[in-house]
Design a protein around this ligand. Sequence first.
Ligand code: SF4
Length: 187
Amino acid sequence: MSELIKPNFNIAEVPAGHDGPGFFATSLDKAVGLARKNSIWPLPFATSCCGIEFMAMMGSHYDFARFGSERLSFSPRQADLLMVMGTIAKKMAPVVKQVYEQMAEPRWVLSMGACASSGGIFDTYSVLQGIDRIIPVDVYVPGCPPRPEQVIDGILQVQKLVGNESLRRRNSPEYKEMLASYGIKVD
Ligand code: SF4
């Protein structure tokens, strides 16, 4: 293709497989993973200042849409990725857990910033010292607040997990056991 008409966007990476003249074959896991990882619908659960960095990330400068995730979901039932950003008070913890429980499988969780990940500077009786005390977390993004570039890196890590996840993982006894350890009901 001539340099002049070369498109200036990246096409999703082709998963490993076999190809020849007129055909390409790969596994179902990889095909589903490719589709899922490039169309993650995040649910932003923002309680404080980290949420502002998230808003910056959604704007045209950082342009979250480049990763196929511009469609935010404010309904847990239509979200794939729970993004928890900000201080979570102990009184708020059951709400975070309920939102997680209302999400359909497969679901992932990203903890953004020091407060969501560890309580941050709020080492007090009223603040949850990390959301992994109530729900499983897939990716942590450090910082107070993390820069939008860090959050984008976190999303890329989530995409890696999503793209490489086996379709059987969610039905495995290990996964069910892990959820049970959080007291989360398994259907
Ligand atoms: S980590 Fe820092 S910026 Fe983020 S919510 Fe906590 S205090 Fe605010």
